[in-house]
Design a protein around this ligand. Structure first.
Ligand code: FE
Length: 203
């Protein structure tokens, strides 16, 4: 294979490097959550507007269920960036996050159902599901509600979204919920053992 061909298909990791650098700068300059979500959402919208940077290793679906690949974790664990890869028909149980989150669709489409906790502790659906398409960005927080159920809206193809969370999401102790709203302790971890190398600037 000639060098030009290799270069032309190499993932544009500098986009992800630029994103995490800008996000760290944002968190250093803003402390209000609504400002972080608004400005951070704009950064994420720019990142998912181009689908040429995510290495294949972090875009692979699994027949066993959706995959959550860690792409970057801030050294102070103020935020983490993951790729969420859905195979056809795959989805999450109802779950919470305990931190803020941003979701940007890179490839395909996903369906999001949000839930509110009623006074009696039961969960109530907030209404019709929302559909996010390529390039769309959504936000959630403890203030506006962080309980949802997400699934691939494509029946026959994988979908991929890029999420940013206000902590090291794979290590956060949180909960999934059954239909009656009963919580079950949950720490998600990550599907990968190695991360994309964002810091080799020679390429
Ligand atoms: Fe979620």
């Amino acid at each position: 294979m000639n060098m030009q061909a290799v270069l032309s298909v190499a993932p544009r990791l500098e986009r992800l490097r630029g994103f995490v650098t800008s996000f760290a700068e944002l968190l250093a300059s803003r402390s209000r959550e609504d400002e972080v979500l608004e400005a951070g959402g704009a950064l994420l919208a720019r990142l998912v507007s181009r689908d040429d940077w995510l290495p294949d290793a972090y875009a692979r679906p699994s027949p066993d269920g959706y995959r959550q690949y860690l792409l970057h974790c801030d050294s102070r664990e103020r935020f983490s960036v993951v790729s969420f890869v859905w195979g056809p028909g795959q989805g999450t149980p109802i779950h919470d996050h305990r931190v803020w989150g941003l979701v940007g669709v890179l490839r395909g489409s996903e369906r999001v159902e949000t839930f509110r906790r009623r006074h009696d502790g039961e969960l109530k659906s907030s209404g019709a599901p929302e559909y996010l398409r390529e390039g769309d960005v959504d936000a959630f927080s403890l203030r506006t509600g962080d309980i949802h159920r997400v699934s691939n809206a494509r029946e026959h193809e994988p979908s991929i979204s890029v999420h940013v969370y206000g902590g090291n999401i794979g290590a956060v102790e949180r909960a999934t919920y059954d239909a009656q709203g009963r919580p079950k302790r949950f720490i998600s971890g990550y599907a990968n053992d190695t991360l994309p190398n964002l810091w080799d600037r020679s390429r």
